[in-house]
Structure formats: structure tokens, C-alpha cells
Design a protein. Sequence first.
Lengths: 159, 278
Amino acid sequence: MFFNSLNLVATRIDHALTVPELLGPLAVAVVPAALLIHLLWTVSDYARAELTLRHDTHDPGVVATYVRTIAYVLRRPVTLVHGAVGWILFALVTIAYAYLAQGHPMYGAEGAVTLFVARQGVSLLRMAIRFGILAGQIELGRTRPLPPRRVEVKVDPKP
Amino acid sequence: MFGTGGARKTVTESDTPETGTWVCELVVQNTGVVHVPLEIELKFADGSTQRLRWDDRGTSNWSGSPSNAARPWSRVWLDPEGKIALDNPTTHHYRLDPDIGGRAAGQRVGRLVCTDPDADRGALMPRLGLGDLVGAGPKAVSRYTGTLLAVFVAQSIVAAICIIAVAVVLAQAFAHLPMFDEAVDGDLVALIYSLGHGKPSMLAAGGIVFSAVALWQLASWFLVGGNRRRARAAPRGSRRHGAVFRRERRSHLSHVREARAVLAPRLGRGGASCSSTP
């Protein structure tokens, strides 16, 4: 989808003379693919949450769970908005790091250690955001309709 | 099949032929401290009713099978005229058909508190909004800070090993070439020359990074799964963390049992358990 979208704006990109003229069509080309991958990621997240929540009691099938989750996510736009909030926070942290690191060259062993610490701090923030989004998905996943029960029932053998 | 051990016996259809009647049993319990006579109204499927009276002296529960009838019960109403104003009368009126009752109640209550139409029989489910979902994040992070830091430390170790390995590989090829320094500084031409000169080293560095990402991706399936299970179990305190990964058998019915246990003391003027078998 990304390459198809890119082909639609390829002419504008080829004839771009300034950075805004280049980034504008590129951003437009990215939007459909980004929305699709966001949908698929959200479906995957909620399906994994459902499999974890209902594994012991219902043992739902993986494929069936993913199919049901697609319908669930499409019926509940709040799932997509919630995931988008996480990605926006993720992007804000990244942009803030890039802004602060701009113009601060880090040479030598000391610079490498500083860079490592700074990057790991950014990584910790991103991980906390992801963890928080995951917690919200679990909260919503608890309220989902229960899947068909596939857990085997033990029956006493006949004497 | 009834009974256990040697007393077990099997009752077949021929042993209990269809008589066309229904055997209904009602148990009424006063869980409060005030004992007064109670009127009980039974409503049958055909719309007819029958009044019973329990003179509660605080000695035992009232249990009985008041009548054999060619019609099943549909409702049981304790104190139908509201003579005993000791507690909430909504707990005194029961439907015996859970399917019809659940749906009807769901439709009515849904106007007030939004039942979930997707849930089982339109059950009353909390309607979580965006604020609830976002708000769950800081709570989880503050509650499971140790888990988050443990995962972070594991990720940091993988990243550090990867960085050191890449640095060693690149040092083999570029330690004596100042042009690589210019490339790192942002000189595009120097970068292109360096990439062409140290292609094997670049491929090796790429392989290391790819392996680290693949390893982390594999590990994350277990880590994220553990986090989900942790969030699902919602234990408080580190002593219970180990129990999170044990098998849990909390089903939907267990929540119903818990709800009944919570509601039982509130019934005050008795709870009724009813069964109706053809």
C-alpha cells in the first residue's frame, strides 16, 4: 500500500525543489499505509490480550480470535484512538530526544557512554508508554464477550 | 446419575416417565436479624399466581415444593405487597427464566448504565471510555515498576552487547582511517567511501544488529505475554508475583459466584434459590 501511495505522488516528489515540497507528498503517501498498519497492530494487540485472558478458561483458537478481534476493533474505534495516543506519545518522546541531541556531538568513549545512557533513557520512556497502553488494552479486553469454550471437560470413565 | 460411590444409581427415562407435571422447589432464607412473617407469591407460566406464607421464627429456612402443577413457575416474589420495608425490595422479585429475564433487564438497565450488547446475554459490563484506558496506563506503570525495570534491564543488556560487538567489528576496519570519523560526523561523501571500503565489516555489523533484533523480538513474545498475564491477574505486592504465572481457573462463573457472595449479605430479608425441573 505504501508503494502504491508513493506512486501516486511520485511526480510531485521528483519535481520537488524545497524540503516542504518533498515532505508534504511523502507524508500524504505514508498516511494510508500507516493507518492500515496501525489497525493491524491494534488487532494483534487485542487478539494477544484475548488469548492470554481466556487461555485457561476457554482456550480460544488463534485464527478465530484474530478474526473476531478484527470485528471487535472495527466496532470499537476507541481501541484505535487509544493505540494512536500511545504512538503519538512515542513520537513525541522521539522528537524531543532528537531535538535535545541536535548539535551535541558525542565523541570518544565518554561520548559513547553518554549516548548510550541517553538512548536507554528514551527507550525506558517508550517502554513505559507501551506498558501503559498494554494495561489499557487488558482493561478493555476484560469486557469483551467471551469466546466459545473449547476447554475439555473431564468425564469419569465407565466402571 | 445420582449419588456417589456404591450409592450411585442411574435413572433413565423409563424410570421417570413424562407425567406432564413440573416439580418446583423453593428455598427461602432470612439472612437478617429481624424475623417476621413473610408472604410469598408464585407466578406460573400461564399467568396464574399462588400465595404462600412463611411464619419465620428464626429457627430455620423455609423450604418446600408447594405444588405439583402442569405448568412451570415463571416468577417468585417475596413480600409482594411491600409490607416489610426493611431493605431494598428489588432483591425480592426473581425471574426463573434467566435468558428472557437477562435480556429484558439488560434492555431496561441499558438505558441507564449502558449494558454491553455484545456481552453474553446482554450482561451488564463496564463501558470503558478513552479516559479509562489511558488512566489504566499510569496505574499499571506505578504498580508494576519493578517488572518494567526488569524488562528494561534485560533490553539494556542486549543493547549493550550489540553495541560493543558492532564497535569491535568496525574498529577492525576503520580504527586507522580518519575518513570514517568524517563519515560519522555527517560527511556523506566520506560515508559512501567508508561503506565501499569496509563492506564486509558493515555486513557483519548489520548481521549483529539483525540478530539482536530477532533475539529481542523472540524474547518480547514471552516478556509481553508475561506482562499481559501480570496485568490480567493484577496482584498487589511482590509476594504474589510468582502466583501470576500459575494456571488460573477463574471463569465467568467464578465472577458470578463472587457477585452472589457480595450481594448475599445485602439481601437482608432473605435470598431465595429456586429450581424448576420438568
